[in-house]
Design a protein around this ligand. Sequence first.
Ligand code: NG1
Length: 460
Amino acid sequence: MATNKILINKFRDVFGRRPTFEAFAPGRINLIGDHLDYNNCPVLPFAVNLRISAVFAPREDNRICVADSVDRRGRRSFEAEERIAPYETGDWGNYPKAAVQGVVTDKIGERRRFKGFDAVIASDLPQAGGMSSSSAFVVLTGMIFCAVNGFEYPPLGFSSLMAAAERYVGTQGGGMDQAACVNGRNGKVLKIDFNPLCCRPFSVPDGISFVVADSLIKAQKTKAALSLYNSKPVESRMAAAVLNRRLPEVLKTVRQPFSLGDLTAEKLGVSDGEIDRAVFSVLKEGGYTYEEAAAAAGMSVDELKRSRCLMSDGTPLPEPPEGFALFRRVRHVLTERRRVERCARALEAGDAETAGRLMFESHASGRDDGGFSCPESDALTEIARSAGALGSRQTGAGFGGCCVSLVRSGEMETFKEKLMRDYYGTYLNRTHPEIPGGAKASAVFTVVPSDGARIRPLSV
Ligand code: NG1
């Protein structure tokens, strides 16, 4: 990571003046509960000690200029105005644009003119690694834009604003990343609930460490990767449409309209077993065609596509040859939310073994029912298991990226060595000989739960 001094010097070179503030926004690890947030189900992430940092100074006009500290990514410059046109899909400049557009849209009723800023940024987060470098960047630039304009939001309000703002880049995510980035607390894991958003920090048992291992399989947020991610929220919405029509026939306590996150024993006043029996009696196990899903939801195909199935480019999700796996997607959501609750209780009670076992089960659910794993993450978590991890799972959006393992602190060094040998040495060399050795050398590291995003004046 570039030190502040490097960032300050770079700022002087690029903008010909001194920066006046510094800021950072952390990435996050999700311990358990992926592809749940957009279904309003709880998740268990924490902000990490890796982050995007910036030094910045306000400008008198409405221009935002962001430069990368190492010139690798160049600079982006745009104006804060009512409608900010995006760069091409996948361009990093869309993240600050997303943040600024989000705040401008929220404030345009009370203010027509906005102040911009100059900033130099640096990141030590793995890119496309499932550690939310994109949301950290959105939160960072959103926070700077608010600061230079004197806008103040409460932390949960700002988290929700940034979650909605990030959809500008084309992802249909649910808000976990921005909430973890803003509300992170040193030494604490966050239990995050949605609708309404609530972040509860709690301590983790002594003597365990969180080890991250990057599978080195990258799911860049290109158009294809966006579609891969967005297919999951779309399938969830389709499943919810079918269940809204069919579930009340067999479960009398359900109140429409409901999301998958409303299907809990607490809300419905029945047991988990009864919910499962009802849900899986009305969903068929095989794939659905559009016609079948529309008929089950009591809609025309057109209405289903328009109301539930649109991707970020406005076209409906293409029907997979094997059909939409609604049964398995719902099974992932229902079982994973229970694992999240149990894992939170286990960690709070100091029971790392149970928490770890739930992480392994969670990975299997993401692989078999969620459909967002990949062979490399599967191999990596199995190698972590045989290297002594209490638990291990792919974290974040999936299709590659990082795995997080729960490891007894005293066993960390041997654990890391085994991972280096068996995954990066043997497995990856055989399956991906094109991945350079340098990337492998820095792919395993320990993370600690850390504070959320902050701004401070720079001392002169
Ligand atoms: P990452 O791993 O940061 O791309 C994405 C979504 C989250 C959540 C996870 C899966 C965005 C910005 N982030 O995270 O909301 O759905 O996948 O749990 O869309």
